[in-house]
Design a protein around this ligand. Structure first.
Ligand SMILES: Cc1cc2nc3c(=O)[nH]c(=O)nc-3n(C[C@H](O)[C@H](O)[C@H](O)COP(=O)(O)OP(=O)(O)OC[C@H]3O[C@@H](n4cnc5c(N)ncnc54)[C@H](O)[C@@H]3O)c2cc1C
Length: 484
């Protein structure tokens, strides 16, 4: 018997294939409506989809064939940030917006089916970056996945809606002297944009905003078992991983997910698609930005490659660089914006001295893994990572740094658990100098400490999972008991 989530997913995927065919001009509007209704869409829903999809396809085809010499705004990258900026600029102003995305369509099963997200890693939808080999990981060169597709990371990520911790935002506000970063300030924004489907919390969560967020539905039993196991070592369970839990020392909860009717909702879905039918927006896929045109200290345009041809385009107002944590500094440095000494070492003429460019790279490092085997096969569900907890590695710290740990139920038989840590040390990235189109980027991190701080021994169950055999760990044993 099929679980409801899978039949909803199958219907969503059929509709999606149809939408993609409409966008690419392979079916007409009338035929689309017939097929969409046969796939279970209501007459009204099919009509709206046909109208919007048809309009967007025609507009984008026309705009791509009639590229202009200059646009008001050029947005680089249609990822989590770029999709929002370009979509809102086009929808809320009359400005001419050109959105350049190196990757291709997000209308693919590997993206829309949330359980398939790991299959995008090292596919053509990943930039394929690798860190420099590091002694602290036995000389291995770790991979650094990054979305190369419409929607960027929001198309290939694990769909977890994870807000920052209150202390993180307040720290950024104090560092920058800008209260716009404070928790109180961003909380207002979160409340405005969220359409939270879990237990209402008027003080902290938004309802009716653009972003559909739901607690994992019908999670695999390993997820609630993780909450019970966490409680057994003093980590309290919360109903919501983003409400009160993100204001205190930590806790465990079923994950908040960006999944609607069994399908991934990415930022392009929320902000970009509805703007694609507007004549003032041009989305060019397969368009890779090579460098910026810098005149004096001002960026006046850029150069990009598409279909093996190099094009130049001017910006009348602004170029918005939203190409992700690695490619944004890479583009800047290839354009002569960065650290003087670093640029001259590679024969790049400095246009603007900005020593911070390419420094302070941060991400969350996977530090532990553990595998449980089910007694009977269990189908993977949702994003295959439905429970999460945050805790401090050292109780004297003001904010958790040991975060989050997730149960990942990737196959019907086995369930790896993993944990990631937030780190204080910062790394640096440099672009691949020989060929800006090559995947070469030199990314180094300071060594990862092999030993946890002593204070962590009593406080962080992640260590127990990672350093003891699963069978011997209290935590794993608790999981096992709860599963029976
Ligand atoms: C495998 C994976 C799992 C993750 N899981 C989660 C999760 O569950 N929850 C969570 O909150 N976060 C998660 N993240 C992180 C999250 O997705 C990113 O932090 C976020 O997407 C970053 O947004 P961004 O706009 O800075 O960059 P991105 O979303 O990466 O967007 C950058 C865009 O720019 C494009 N681009 C880059 N260079 C160029 C160029 N030269 N020319 C044209 N286009 C270019 C890229 O193709 C991409 O589309 C995950 C990330 C990965 C890779």
């Amino acid at each position: 018997m099929k679980l409801p989530v899978f039949s909803r997913l199958a219907q969503g995927d059929r509709l999606n294939t149809l939408e993609s065919a409409l966008y690419h001009g392979k079916v007409g509007r009338r035929q689309f409506m017939q097929l969409a209704m046969a796939a279970g869409a209501s007459f009204m829903a099919a009509r709206v989809m046909a109208q919007d999809g048809g309009d967007a396809a025609i507009t984008q085809l026309y705009n791509a064939r009639n590229l202009k010499k200059a646009y008001d705004y050029i947005v680089v990258g249609s990822g989590s940030g770029g999709a929002v900026v370009a979509g809102r600029l086009a929808a809320e102003t009359d400005a001419e917006v050109l959105l350049l995305e190196a990757g291709g369509t997000d209308q693919l099963d590997a993206i829309l089916n949330p359980g398939l997200w790991p299959t995008n890693i090292r596919s053509e939808r990943d930039w394929g970056y690798t860190m420099d080999p590091a002694d602290s990981v036995n000389g291995r060169a770790l991979i650094l996945p990054m979305g190369k597709v419409v929607g960027g990371g929001s198309s290939v990520n694990a769909t977890v809606w994870a807000r920052g911790h209150k202390n993180d935002f307040d720290f950024w506000a104090s560092e920058t002297g800008d209260d716009g970063w404070s928790y109180a300030s961003v909380l207002d924004i979160y409340k405005r944009i969220e359409n939270w489907q879990g237990k209402p919390d008027k003080e902290r969560r938004g309802e009716g905003g653009r972003l559909w967020i739901e607690p994992a539905r019908d999670p695999n039993p390993i997820a609630p078992a993780l909450l019970g196991a966490a409680a057994s070592v003093g980590i309290p369970a919360f109903e919501d991983m983003n409400g009160e839990m993100m204001e205190g020392p930590g806790g465990a909860a079923i994950a908040n997910l960006r999944i609607h009717d069994g399908r991934r909702v990415n930022l392009a879905h929320d902000y970009l698609y509805s703007a694609l039918k507007r004549p003032n927006l041009t989305l060019l896929t397969g368009a890779e930005v090579l460098s910026l045109t810098v005149v004096g200290s001002r960026v006046t345009g850029l150069t990009f490659s598409k279909d093996s041809q190099v094009h130049s385009v001017e910006s009348k107002t602004r170029v918005v660089l939203s190409a992700g944590a690695i490619n944004t500094p890479k583009i800047l440095m290839l354009s002569g914006i960065g650290d003087d000494a670093e640029l001259s070492k590679h024969g790049v003429e400095t246009a603007v001295k900005l020593p911070g460019v390419g420094q302070n790279f941060q991400d969350h490092v996977l530090v532990a893994g553990c595998l449980w085997e089910y007694r009977e096969p269990l189908p993977p569900a949702n994003n295959v990572a439905e429970a999460t907890f945050f805790w401090k590695s050292d109780s004297s710290l003001d904010t958790r740094i040991c975060s989050p740990s997730r149960s990942k139920c990737l196959s019907p038989r086995k369930s790896p658990g993993h944990s990631t840590i937030r780190r204080r040390e910062l790394g640096r990235s440099r672009p691949g100098w020989c060929d800006p189109r090559a995947a070469a980027v030199s990314i180094s991190r300071p060594p990862i400490r092999r030993r946890w701080p002593a204070s962590m021994h009593g406080s962080c169950p992640i260590r127990r999972i990672s350093r003891q055999s699963c069978a011997g760990s209290n935590f794993a044993a608790k999981l096992e008991t709860q599963r029976r």
